[in-house]
Design a protein around this ligand. Sequence first.
Ligand code: SF4
Ligand code: SF4
Length: 407
Amino acid sequence: MQTNLADFIKGTPDGDEADSILRACVHCGFCTATCPTYQILGDELDGPRGRIYLIKQVLEGAPVTRKTQLHLDRCLTCRNCESTCPSGVKYGRLADIGRKVVEQRVRRPLGERLTRALLKEALPRAWIFKPAFKAGQLVRPLLSPALQDKLPPTPAPGRWPTRTHARKMLVLDGCVQPAMAPNINAASARVLDAFGVQLIRAPKAGCCGALRYHLNDQEAGLDDMRRNIDAWWPLLDQVEAIVMTASGCGVTVKEYGHLLAHDGAYAAKAKRVSEMTLDLCELVPQFEAELGARLQGKIAGRVAYHPPCTLQHGQQIRGKVEGVLRAAGVDVVLCADSHLCCGSAGTYSVLQSALSHELRERKLQNLEATGAREIVSANIGCLTHLQAGTETPVTHWIELIDRALAA
Ligand code: SF4
Ligand code: SF4
């Protein structure tokens, strides 16, 4: 695609990156059919090709309207279109660049500004989110069904292992996961402890930065990333890897190197952090043979795995979780259209709730059609979003392994 970027962005790092992404797109439209919002709304401008065209117009200096913003807001940033694209168009990065410009040019209505400000201020700060979440749980029966969905009961985390091992890895607690599902990291620590790996936490690390970055407060998102780098840096020589138990955080931490490439003070550190980052499903296969020997026959019944978009499209990791579970003797299946988003997508379920719920209904119908007794996934956002729509238990896959090891 030919481009002619406007002076305000031409020659800047964002402009150069957007230009090369736009030029890679040949406008073939293969991506459109796999876009969840296009499938629901049937409008070219609610599909990747249309959004790419909108962003091109914005970056070329055309007037930016509320309608442009709406079509970009409706995008889940699921990056399914990147997996489909034969030309390697990095749509997710282009969307970030385009949204940033649109955010600067179009003033949102007051209600939207307040909601987004609340999400940006409260969610990434555990010291605000945790007590607010607990207070919300106490008055849950008095709240609307939509709010009740966001306040599930918190399962007890169980014990954190106290043994030390020569093999050590850092784990990120993140922002909402410690309040909503503290068992995920505790279960990860117990499973890895059983195989001789010690998980350690850096108290000053917190939100990976995705939350504020994708709410178009990109400078604040980059500050969250720098804070994590500072928290991890003194520990990096003692650990083999930085382990992510939420794929939504993992996809972002793996991009620190790229996102901070123009920051003279942090570029090299960010690159090292990204290179050391692994999703849990990239690590556990090391122990597959032993897991298989210990768990054969212990996990009965069919389990459906929902691969988060941030794992299968964002990190391009497929087959690993299913591989670990199969090795452990689990009858694990994917549902129909498993490449499609469940509608969670970070704060999307709050900001675009109608589309989000429609996607959840479709996903749950497909998951329940598998006849599974339990649904597992790999990202806190997907887990809580799906659980709010079904009686079938929805857990992190490591919790399934942890329960079986303890049985
Ligand atoms: S993003 Fe890729 S698949 Fe979509 S229109 Fe452009 S080149 Fe084709
Ligand atoms: S990121 Fe997902 S929702 Fe957005 S355009 Fe691509 S496929 Fe559609």
